[in-house]
Design a protein around this ligand. Sequence first.
Ligand SMILES: [Mn+2]
Length: 323
Amino acid sequence: MPDDGDIQAAATLVRTTARAAVAVHEDPDLDALGAAVGLIDLLDLCGEHGVLRVRPGTELPRCDWFLDVATVQHGPPASGETLFVVDSGSLERTALDLQGWVGTVVNIDHHPDNERFGDVALVRPAASSAAEIVCQIAEALGRVPTPRGATALYTGILFDTGHFRHASTGAGALRAAAAMVEAGARPDAVYREVYEDRTLADLRLWARAVANAMPLAGGRAVVSVLTERDIAACGGSDRATGVVETLRSARGVEVAALVRAEPRRSLTKVSLRSVGFDVGALARSRGGGGHRMAAGFTTDESPEEVAAWLSTELDACLSTASC
Ligand SMILES: [Mn+2]
């Protein structure tokens, strides 16, 4: 059991902060947003006030079943606000302009490469999700989240554990999820929102990614590329949720990579999944981040260029005994 001094310190600040800003990593996912909304809910329950602050221009994924967009503000924290940063390995990853802002920073995260920044650093790499850590804060406060807060936190745990499938699904994650169900989260409804929201165009993109998959290193790795042309041919869908996990699930595949164009931002996005092999290190070598078995990065190289680099790296690495 880790020392819980950091939990108590974070809980005390949740209880005593009059005004709080909550920040998440750039391009926030459902864990970042679920943890943020869960934290704002706890601040509310303690009679305090919190808002989610994101970089201007941020597009949020659909999460209207727990997030009220009225609580989202675009821009840096105001002076006098305590800044709670959730699910972000560094302050830079929030992409907020913090120049000239001075205040208390609370860092709540589960990424192993977290820089331990902030006045309070509550970093638990063993936790499945940032949402699970916020559940621990709720417990330390003796507060039960509202049904909306519980739904947000349940969604965060569900998302980061891949619906309770990944190795990060420990007893702690399941206990926290159970507590959120007791507090009003509905597993069937959240499942439908997260996993049954695909359009036919999304499914066609998924099929094309599977069709484009190329085996490497004698089948131990798979790389699939979705170009701008693929995306246009599939009706313009840019949602590839679950594709890289599907590629990884093929028999004998230890590493899967999905390389896809993001035409709207003129970027290429790479998602990596593995069993055993440290894809986090690979992502960090390209300025990205993540976990040992789930990581990613973005680049302005073309999808074909990145795929060629990845193929060489994975082929070389998986062919040596050290990997
Ligand atoms: Mn997370």
